[in-house]
Design a protein around this ligand. Structure first.
Ligand code: SF4
Length: 268
């Protein structure tokens, strides 16, 4: 059944950077314009300059890290509202602020129609997941990896981290009914462990499963974190930002701080 997302529901999705405003920044783009190699290459070149990325692989990884918020908004709507957002490539655009050096784009949907659950939920959920991963994310991953040679493993982990965050953190904070809590647990189990690889772009295995690592305690953050398996290259951007989910020492960061230390010493 077709419906329109209410104003209240749109406000709720703002936490995942879904916006109702457009911007005219050079980095704002409708997603269907990025699906051919040439356009993607041009876009990544512009974005790479903006975030100060060391190379195109770095830009591709950061692009998907930010893009993960669209997946989160979509799954949040699926689990909480039993509704499916229209994320066809023609319907989604990235809206960005040129002054934002970290590049945290918003997602604008031309059309806020939602398809609410009809019939069997398991079948409906399978269609939702196929739409998100097979039809939307996988073609983007494929294009990014053809253009930059970035490993799809990094891109899957970039998405997987935010899915875990949604179900283990955000949906734990919400005041949910018992029915929704149960649904949320079931959806999380299904997404990470039961959904077949064929829903994610024709894989034999579910590509999200392998990133659900055990927590380890990090003294630095005074909390347990789930360590990444791949490096997202965040340290190779201008911000040199280190990810809180990663216990590895970024060698580049270590190098930079060593240089700084030596410089400070020689100035003493
Ligand atoms: S903290 Fe550093 S090493 Fe770890 S994933 Fe992030 S950028 Fe890579």
């Amino acid at each position: 059944m077709d419906n329109i997302l209410s104003d209240y529901q749109r406000i709720e999705l703002k936490q995942f950077r879904v916006t109702t405003n457009r911007t005219s920044s050079a980095l704002s783009v409708q997603i269907d314009k990025l699906l051919d190699e040439q356009s993607m290459r041009r876009y990544l070149a512009q974005l790479g300059k903006h975030i100060g990325a060391a190379n195109d692989k770095v830009t591709a990884s950061i692009f998907i890290k930010r893009y993960a918020f669209l997946a989160v908004a979509y799954l949040y709507t699926m689990t909480l509202k039993n509704a499916k957002l229209n994320i066809s490539f023609e319907n989604v655009s990235l809206e960005t602020d040129e002054k934002d050096e970290l590049w945290l784009p918003n997602f604008y949907l031309n059309d806020f129609h939602i398809e609410t659950l009809i019939g069997n939920r398991e079948t409906w959920r399978e269609t939702c997941i196929y739409t998100l991963f097979n039809n939307h994310l996988y073609p983007l991953f494929d294009c990014l990896s053809r253009v930059t040679k970035v490993s799809k493993l990094i891109l899957w982990e970039n998405i997987s981290i935010y899915i875990v965050w949604l179900y283990e953190t955000i949906l734990q904070k919400e005041e949910l009914t018992e029915e929704v809590i149960l649904r949320s647990k079931e959806d999380f189990q299904y997404l990470l462990f039961q959904a077949p690889g064929s829903l994610f772009g024709g894989y034999n295995e579910n590509p999200l499963k392998k990133y659900y690592n055990e927590h380890i305690y990090m003294e630095e953050y005074e909390k347990a974190v789930r360590p990444r398996k791949t490096c997202c290259y965040s340290y190779l951007t201008r911000s040199k930002k280190r990810c809180t989910s990663c216990p590895q020492v970024c060698t580049a960061l270590a190098f930079v701080s060593e240089m700084q230390r030596r410089e400070e010493q020689s100035n003493e």
